[in-house]
Design a protein around this ligand. Structure first.
Ligand SMILES: Cc1cc2nc3c(=O)[nH]c(=O)nc-3n(C[C@H](O)[C@H](O)[C@H](O)COP(=O)(O)OP(=O)(O)OC[C@H]3O[C@@H](n4cnc5c(N)ncnc54)[C@H](O)[C@@H]3O)c2cc1C
Length: 382
């Protein structure tokens, strides 16, 4: 078995990151991707926000702490990437900060609650500022902006450039990619994962990582672990000096992320519609309306792309990272809104678990076994 490669199911940002890190540590890796890299996964449609401070959700403290660690892992990850691809192919980490703005009286109440909650979390670099001060920092914001929560320590990255660089780095390190090859089944014998089945043909593996994003539930032979797709529609505008932004801007309804390649992303809907990827009028209309409410200059900008992507969400909306009950089988999915942010941390953690058997303490609560344990408890109660 030692001679067989480590097989990764899915060549999205998570699969590529893990594969590249395993290759750097000397383990042969093959990725099976049902579509074509780099555009195949949700990561291509993402906004590339690295924003644990703005994303922090009530009752999600463990996830918040993980996301902080995720952001901390970025500098090392990018510096390793510079060793494996040309310098100009590696995206910059932009420490731009986030601003959550209030336009209505209700928004101000929401902001006040978010401020109090973040204070309890002990967030650094946070200020609740008045509208006029928000406009000093971000001059093109609407005069309707009454208040803003400024979060200095968030950042962003050009996610498309990152995925392309990871793709290149994976190949440069000798990784093999099988494109347009869908894994139908994981073959498990006597409690050990031995390989995968692709169009009825078996491929042996020393071990396997399941990283198919929102499609994890479609793979046979393993626990479907309750992953569901949450659709996000995004409008891409062509940025112009009249609409220039220096921070990630959010309202309770939308976000605006200005990328370094001239795209201004307006996102995103969150729709529970299964695998329906269609672009639909309602969400696009709302995104544009609420973007205009915050940044009136949006009205004149050219629309260059409309896109939708599938966030992989687990039952508790937290990632699933680590070894499954079966020997040699690992999961890395369920990253939901934070897959770009958590890609470096996930890759380092799984690399160490696969090669050395070590598990990070802060990942215990995100292990796949939390769902099987839940199942055992339910069985006992019944
Ligand atoms: C609109 C939107 C905005 C977002 N914004 C952000 C953001 O700002 N910051 C952030 O951190 N995250 C963001 N996300 C979330 C992030 O994009 C995801 O969490 C991340 O892409 C998950 O990565 P993944 O590799 O697990 O899945 P994916 O990127 O979806 O990749 C999975 C890959 O597996 C392949 N695959 C599936 N099944 C099989 C199979 N059976 N055999 C072979 N291949 C298979 C797919 O074709 C795909 O290429 C956003 C997502 C969306 C949709």
């Amino acid at each position: 078995m030692k001679d067989h490669p480590h097989i990764i199911i899915g060549g999205g940002i998570i699969g590529l990151s893990i594969g590249w890190q395993l290759l750097r540590a000397g383990r042969p890796v093959e990725i099976y991707e049902e579509s074509a890299i780099p555009r195949s996964g949700a990561g291509w449609n993402a906004a590339g926000m690295l924003a644990p401070h703005a994303e922090a959700g009530y009752e999600e403290e463990a996830l918040y702490n993980l996301c902080l660690q995720g952001l901390s892992a970025y500098p090392e990850f990018l510096s390793e990437l510079r060793e494996d691809v040309r310098e100009n192919e590696v995206p910059a980490l932009d420490r731009c900060g986030s601003m959550i703005v209030a336009v209505t009286a209700d928004d101000s109440v929401i902001l006040q609650r978010q401020f109090e909650f973040r204070k309890k979390l002990g967030q650094d670099g946070m200020e609740l500022i008045r509208g006029a001060e928000a406009r000093e920092r971000e001059p093109l914001l609407s005069p309707k902006v009454k208040q803003a929560l400024y979060l200095a320590n968030d950042g962003q990255i050009n996610n498309r450039k990152l995925i392309s660089a990871l793709h290149e780095a994976f190949l440069n390190r000798g990784g093999i990619i099988h494109e347009h090859q869908q894994v139908d089944r994981v073959v498990v014998r006597k409690g050990k994962a031995e390989g995968v089945e692709v169009s009825g043909v078996s491929r042996n593996a020393s071990s396997i990582t399941v990283a198919p994003g929102a499609l994890a539930g479609k793979i046979k032979g393993i626990d479907p672990i309750g992953i569901r797709p949450v659709k996000g529609q995004v409008v891409t505008l062509k940025s112009e000096p009249s609409a220039e932004l220096h921070h990630l801007i959010r309202s309770p309804r939308i976000y605006l992320a200005a990328k370094d390649d001239g795209r201004l992303l307006v996102g995103a809907s969150a729709e529970e519609k299964g695998l329906d990827r269609r672009i639909t009028a309602g969400p696009i209309m709302e995104l544009l309306h609420y973007a205009w409410e915050v940044l009136p200059a949006v009205y004149e900008l050219e629309i260059t792309e409309l896109q939708s992507g599938m966030r992989p969400a687990s039952r508790d909306n937290c990632p699933i990272i680590g070894q499954a009950d079966e020997e040699g089988l690992y999961y890395a999915t369920g990253h939901y809104r934070n897959g770009i942010l958590l890609a470096p941390l996930t890759a380092y953690a799984l690399r160490d678990e696969i090669l050395l058997g070590t598990k990070r303490a802060d990942l215990q609560v995100f292990s796949p076994s939390r769902f099987s344990q839940e199942a055992h408890i339910i069985e006992e109660v019944v």
